[in-house]
Every structure is written in structure tokens, then in C-alpha cells.
Design a protein around this ligand. Structure first.
Ligand SMILES: Nc1nc2c(ncn2[C@@H]2O[C@H](COP(=O)(O)OP(=O)(O)OP(=O)(O)O)[C@@H](O)[C@H]2O)c(=O)[nH]1
Ligand SMILES: [Mg+2]
Length: 401
């Protein structure tokens, strides 16, 4: 569904001068943006602490408050409309995956989202997030709604745990962000993590969680202190993961100074959420064997690793890192006007192998090219088998999320 189509479903509820750009923002609008509610009535609602459409929708129909100057039958109608709207918005948002970013203030959550959108220049001027910032992202061409939960103590204590069902339900993926350079706050962060897991448990939510060891800047990552901090975090967090049980949790280190760490972190995270990633990896395994290869990866030009198959971890690292570097080079070539080559080959004659990238297709409305990278001693086998695998992979890519 296009954004226009989505909006057209709900904009009929609103006065014609109301401008809606995001479906998800409408519940925060004042009640008198709705057709049929005038400003005087809205003021009366406000006196009763009903400030938004969401507030209206929260009123139980069987227990309407008495509001002077508004007939109960009228109020009841407004509440019903607000509830219908709430449901419509909910259904539209469900078509998107919900990504939660949680962690203490100053951890780097908003910065991670900025890097993901190539908005490097705003990182310097980011202010602490006030409450929750919801944003719709084209995440490697897939629709995602990110919920960036500001980590300042007033929000942590008063906001999220009072209404956990708003924040912690129907979540598809959770990034729990820790500032790995700030050991003094590891305990506080662990406490928060404990509360988050408890809330999720209570709500029967079991989204995969990635604990992001953020600010693992290149120079710091090489130090003993970094290793020590990582150990400390794991010593604090692993017992909590055990205590709550049933959660799928992993760690990954990132830094805003190397975009690829963030892209790879998201690749890992999205693979956990994907319904087709396992099948993609099975097909890649089949392909690798057919072409007598050592490792194969399917990677989009913007860095999403859909899947990979490899015989050793070194083979995997070799193919993924080479592919990602070469893709940077290819993107540069495109930016100066060269035509994108369908096939790229890097020979290692002394080592007796070749790394070969083949453009398979473009996916999503953004037309992002996807390359199949293989590390093999017999590159000539690739071409004759490519079409067969391409046909199998394309529908899976479209359904990846
Ligand atoms: N050294 C280093 N600093 C970073 C990195 N990422 C973010 N920062 C800095 O950390 C500070 C906090 O970043 P934010 O993204 O605003 O943190 P946040 O988690 O969104 O904070 P709240 O919104 O208060 O919850 C900023 O000064 C960033 O410049 C990183 O990878 N390395
Ligand atoms: Mg923030």
C-alpha cells in the first residue's frame, strides 16, 4: 500500500484543513481536528484532561465521564470514532515492522538511527530525545517504524512502565543500546534492562533482542579496557537473560564512526526477524555446493546481508568484507557516472581463488541492486547456474520482512 493509499483511508475523518503526513501521528492530534468536534467542545474536553484523539479513544464506552456542555450521546459518538481511528491506525502500522530502541540516556540510540539514514551531520546537534520519537523508515527498502525511547530517567520511571502495553507490545525487534565507554552506568543500565524484560514477559512479548555495545569506536575497540567493559556488561546482563528465560538475545558492537558496523548489526537483527532468511540461506548453501565454492553471500548495494553460507568463518569474513568494500567502490563509480557493471571479479592468483559478484536483481520501490558474492576456485561454474538460483531468490527477497 502506498503512503497516499494509507492516508486516504483515514483522512476522511479529519477537517479538510488538517494536514496529515504520517499515519502514526494522527492519534496525537487535538480532538477538534476531527469533523464534528468544534473548538469550544475541544476546550471542554481539555478541561477534563482529554487532550488528544488517543485520550478520547482511551475512554471506556460503558463508563463515559460527565462533561458539562457535551451530551453523553455526542461524547459517545466521538469516543467511538476515536476508537475506530485508533484501530485503523493500528492496522496500518502493523503492516510495518516495529523496531524499539531502548537504553539509558546518552547511549547513542538516536545517533544510530541518524547513521542508518545517512544523516551524519545531525549527530553533532542531537538533543536528548523527549519521550518517544516514532519515525517511519525505509529500512533497506522495507517499511519499518522505529520507536526511539528517550532514556532520561523521568521517562524511564514515569512513562514506559506505567503504560507498557503502548510501548512494549507487537514489537518485532528490540535494540538495547549500551554506551560501552561508560562503565559507571552499566549497573543502572542492567537494572533498566531487567525492568524491560519483566514488562515484555508480563505482556507475553518475545521479540528478538540485540544488545548493542555502542561507542565501540575503532581506537577504543583495540584496548584492554574495551574487553574488560564488554566482559563486565556480559557478567551483568547474562544472568538477567537467564533469569527471564525465553528471550533470543545477542550482542553486537557498533560505532557511528564506521557505518558498516551499524549496517551489519541491522543485517543480523533483520535476519532474526525475517520469515524467509532461513530459506535464503538454504538456497545459498545449495548454490555454494553447486559452484564448488567456499562461501556465498547475498548482499544489497546498501549493505543488507540477506544471508550467507560458508565453510569457515574466515571464508565468511573474507567474502563479506570484500563485498562490502567493493560495493563502496562500485557506488563511487556510479556516482561519477559510470554504468553499473553486472559482474565484478577480483582474482587472487597466488591464493588460487576468485571473489565474484553478480548482480541478480533490484528490489523494493527504491530499486536497490542485490549482488550474489561467491568465493570460489571455479568461477566459470557460476554463470551457468546463476539463472536457476536467481529465480528462487527473488520472491524470497521481496518477502524478506
Ligand atoms: N564516541 C562516540 N560517541 C557517540 C557515538 N554515538 C553517539 N555518540 C554521542 O553520544 C551522545 C548521545 O547520543 P544520542 O544519540 O543523543 O543518545 P540517545 O541514546 O538517543 O540519548 P537519549 O535520547 O537521551 O535517550 C551524543 O553526544 C553523540 O554524539 C559513538 O559511536 N561513539
Ligand atoms: Mg535520543
Amino acid at each position: 500500500m502506498s503512503r497516499e493509499e494509507e492516508l486516504s483511508n483515514i483522512k476522511e475523518f479529519f477537517k479538510s484543513n488538517v494536514i496529515i503526513t504520517e499515519v502514526e501521528e494522527v492519534l496525537r492530534f487535538k480532538p477538534d481536528t476531527l469533523i464534528g468536534i468544534d473548538q469550544i467542545s475541544a476546550d471542554k474536553l481539555k478541561e477534563n484532561n482529554i487532550k488528544t484523539i488517543q485520550d478520547l479513544a482511551n475512554i471506556p464506552e460503558e463508563n463515559l465521564p460527565e462533561i458539562k456542555g457535551i451530551l453523553p450521546s455526542i461524547l459517545s459518538k466521538w469516543v467511538k470514532i476515536a476508537k475506530v481511528l485508533e484501530k485503523a491506525v493500528g492496522e496500518q502500522l502493523k503492516a510495518h515492522k516495529k523496531l524499539l530502541l531502548i537504553g539509558l540516556d546518552n547511549g547513542g540510540k538516536s545517533s544510530i538511527l541518524a547513521v542508518l539514514q545517512d544523516k551524519f551531520s545531525i549527530i553533532k546537534s542531537l538533543l536528548p530525545t523527549k519521550g518517544v520519537k516514532r519515525e517511519r523508515l525505509d529500512f533497506f527498502g522495507y517499511p519499518i517504524v522505529s520507536w526511539d525511547l528517550g532514556g532520561q530517567v523521568q521517562y524511564r520511571e514515569k512513562y514506559y512502565f506505567n503504560k507498557p502495553e503502548i510501548f512494549f507490545t507487537e514489537v518485532d525487534l528490540i535494540l538495547y543500546v549500551i554506551d560501552i565507554q561508560d562503565p559507571e552506568r552499566f549497573e543502572e543500565s542492567a537494572q533498566y534492562f531487567d525492568e524491560v524484560l519483566a514488562s515484555l514477559e508480563e505482556l507475553n512479548e518475545s521479540a528478538p533482542i540485540l544488545i548493542v555495545l555502542h561507542k565501540s569506536d575503532q581506537d577504543f575497540r583495540k584496548t584492554l579496557e574495551w574487553q574488560q567493559n564488554v566482559r563486565e556488561v556480559k557478567d551483568l546482563f547474562n544472568p538477567l537473560i537467564d533469569k527471564h528465560g525465553g528471550f533470543n538475545v545477542d550482542y553486537y558492537d557498533t560505532t557511528v564512526f564506521q557505518k558498516e558496523t551499524i549496517m551489519q548489526m541491522f543485517s543480523i537483527a533483520l535476519k532474526k526477524v525475517s520469515e524467509t532468511s532461513e530459506i535464503i540461506e538454504n538456497i545459498l548453501e545449495d548454490f555454494t555446493r553447486t559452484v564448488n565454492g567456499k562461501a556465498t553471500s547475498l548482499i544489497s548495494m546498501d549493505g543488507l546481508i540477506f544471508g550467507s553460507f560458508h565453510q569457515t568463518n574466515t571464508d565468511e569474513m573474507l567474502v563479506n568484507n570484500t563485498a562490502i568494500m567493493l560495493q563502496v567502490l562500485i557506488n563511487f563509480h556510479s556516482s561519477i557516472g559510470l554504468i553499473r557493471e553486472k559482474s565484478i571479479k577480483l582474482d587472487f592468483p597466488l591464493n588460487g581463488f576468485t571473489i565474484n559478484g553478480e548482480k541478480l536483481f533490484e528490489y523494493s520501490d527504491l530499486q536497490i541492486p542485490v549482488y550474489l558474492w561467491a568465493l570460489t576456485e571455479n568461477p566459470e561454474l557460476i554463470e551457468e547456474n546463476l539463472d536457476y538460483f536467481k529465480k528462487q531468490l527473488l520472491p524470497l527477497i521481496n518477502l524478506f520482512l
